[in-house]
Design a protein. Structure first.
Lengths: 433, 152
């Protein structure tokens, strides 16, 4: 079979199987990568070259840091502290928990953030005797919007940053201001729909006010160690360009440092147990999914198919950078609302790189990279299956007897996603085009 | 010898429509750890016991899957916990039946039954494989009493 055809068919088949959710996505991507090698399109050495170890290292490092940090109870502390700051008023708590979720999602993996914040949210809404649905709905948006703000907030940004050479600071300076506006604009409709109806009695609010947030910190030593390492890591990200180091190096150094600090006072036997437990918390399925996907897309790239598709796409937009950027923003959002944004972005990256010469060099691609990032991240808000964190929050909602159904969510969330895209369109146009 | 030799063939049973109040009365009055729950045909459904009562007294965010693992920041009092229980007293026990309990069949060998009892650390329902009917319960006390009463 012609290599181009084989790679193209394998690629499409892989995506179809991933979309059906019938087979674990890590198995699918690894199997596809294996077939690329078995078919002779890549040898093992070339396949390894296709893996973006900057993405893998950054993801793994941050997962280790979060796995250790969360043991300190800091996430519960933040959630309770923020709830008490607004005198346990239902709408105030919704806003504060959404802010906490957004900020944490910008600095940590979204999935981890919602796994930590959603249970506290349910505890608080149970104490207040209010419907948790609006709170969880707002947190879905907060996680996806917050994750858009930084290089490390969402896996698509990690991949884009690594492939396009965009730094942590580039993301903060270019996307964070927009994210603040989008976040505020999203809260307004939520207030109009639910905010005014959220009521609780003084007695129920007192229950929340009686929570002692300081008692949520179960290990003060670990808390300070974790916070110190997080400060070092974030500082490292911002100075990565100056120090001439990759972000993965910074994340892995932070992870090693925190592992060391956490295990230093323990006996060797205990250390083995604790390190094993920490490593067990790494989302290996995600890591191997990425590895398989990188090899698959790299293999596809070697056939020249990506260049042809990029050329065809540019013909569609008339080779106009403005049209290309805005089209990509909207197309990416709609695609990411329905399919996994990780394989989508993995595919778009080589396509966009191939547009470089036609659009006028790497600098001309900058607005296109931001469009891809905004579309892929904000698109996750469009449907319940738009991102992993949406599904996790939905599973929590189900367990409390307030299920978030696909269609009602779509009817509320899709217009809100469109609102965020309209704001992003104006921003991209005014700032870059 | 099999499980049928050591089981209590007429155990107290609950039905899914029984209230939490009824179940609490049985559990507290007779100090049962677990009571079997059966449908109208006597088919085994699961168990309701002290663990279920504890679950009902805790906030849902704590007992749910992937819920909070520690809650040292909440300082509730005994009246608070009693209030929680009162809130669900008239609800049917069907909301909190534990269906993931190891059961044995009447013809399960004696030593295997003892091993199940040892591993589950609570009373074990005896269920007929074909019909799914509950035919008895085995507690630590039943077994130990019968072993001690047997001449060597």
């Amino acid at each position: 079979m012609d290599p181009v055809w084989f790679a193209g068919v394998l690629f499409v088949m892989t995506y179809v199987v991933i979309m059906t959710d019938r087979l674990n996505r890590a198995i699918v991507s690894l199997m596809a990568a294996g077939l690329m090698i078995a078919a002779g399109l890549l040898n093992q050495e070339a396949a390894l070259q296709g893996i973006d170890f900057n993405t893998i290292g950054l993801l793994t490092g941050m997962m280790i840091i979060v796995a250790i940090t969360k043991k300190s109870g800091i996430f519960q502390y933040l959630a309770i502290w923020s709830a008490k700051k607004v005198d346990a008023r239902p709408w105030g708590i919704l806003v504060m928990l959404a802010v906490v979720t957004a900020v944490l999602s910008a600095l940590l993996p979204n999935v981890t953030t919602v796994l930590m914040i959603a249970p506290v949210t349910l505890l608080i809404t149970d104490a207040l005797k209010v419907n948790p649905y609006p709170y969880l709905f707002a947190q879905i948006f907060a996680a996806n919007i917050g994750g858009t703000a930084t290089l490390i907030g969402d896996p698509p940004n990690i991949m884009i940053g690594s492939a396009a050479g965009l730094s942590f600071n580039d993301f903060v300076l270019n996307l964070a201001p927009l994210v603040v506006v989008v976040f505020a604009a999203t809260l307004l409709p939520i207030y109009l729909i639910w905010g005014r109806t959220l009521k609780s009695t003084p007695e129920h609010r007192q229950r929340v006010l009686d929570y002692r947030e300081s008692d949520a910190i179960t290990d003060k030593r670990l808390l300070w160690q974790s916070l110190s390492v997080l400060v070092v890591v974030i500082t490292g990200f911002t100075l990565a360009d100056v120090l001439n180091v990759e972000v993965a190096t910074v994340a892995m150094f932070g992870a090693s440092l925190l592992l060391l600090l956490d295990n230093l006072p323990r006996s060797p036997g205990e250390q083995n147990k604790v390190v094993e437990q920490t490593f067990a918390e790494i989302e290996w399925q995600t890591i191997f999914f990425f590895i398989g996907l990188f090899i698959l897309v790299y293999g596809l790239g070697t056939t020249g198919l990506m260049e042809d598709v990029a050329h065809d796409l540019l013909e569609l937009t008339g080779g106009n950078a403005k049209v290309t950027a805005i089209s990509l923003l909207w197309a990416s959002a709609v695609a990411s609302a329905f399919v996994d944004n990780i394989p989508y972005v993995a595919t778009m990256i080589p396509l966009i790189k191939n547009m470089s010469a036609s659009l006028g060099g790497p600098q001309a691609l900058v607005p296109i990279w931001w469009s891809l990032s905004l579309g892929a991240c904000l698109g996750g808000n469009g449907t319940l299956v738009g991102s992993s964190s949406n599904l996790i929050i939905a599973s929590f909602a189900e367990r409390t007897g307030h299920p978030i159904r696909f269609l009602p969510f779509l009817l509320m969330a899709f217009p809100l996603m469109v609102l965020s895209l309209l704001i992003s369109t104006v921003y991209i146009y005014l700032r870059y085009l | 010898m099999t499980a049928s030799v050591i089981m209590d063939p007429k155990p107290t049973v609950l039905h899914p429509s029984d209230t939490v109040r009824t179940a609490t009365h049985y559990i507290m009055h007779h100090r049962y750890r677990n009571l079997p729950v059966v449908d109208d045909n006597g088919c085994y459904i699961g168990v309701f016991g002290v663990h279920c009562l504890m679950r009902l007294m805790l906030p849902p965010a704590v007992v749910m899957k992937e819920g909070l693992t520690t809650i040292p920041f909440i300082r509730e009092t005994l009246p608070d916990l009693h209030r929680r229980l009162i809130e669900v007293e008239d609800s049917p026990i069907s909301q909190c039946i534990n269906e993931v309990v190891t059961v044995v069949a009447p013809d399960t060998p004696l030593l295997e039954t003892l091993l199940v009892l040892y591993k589950t650390r609570t009373s074990v329902p005896v269920v007929e494989k074909a019909s799914g009917r509950l035919v008895g319960m085995i507690s630590y006390w039943d077994v130990t009493r019968k072993i001690l009463a047997t001449e060597v």
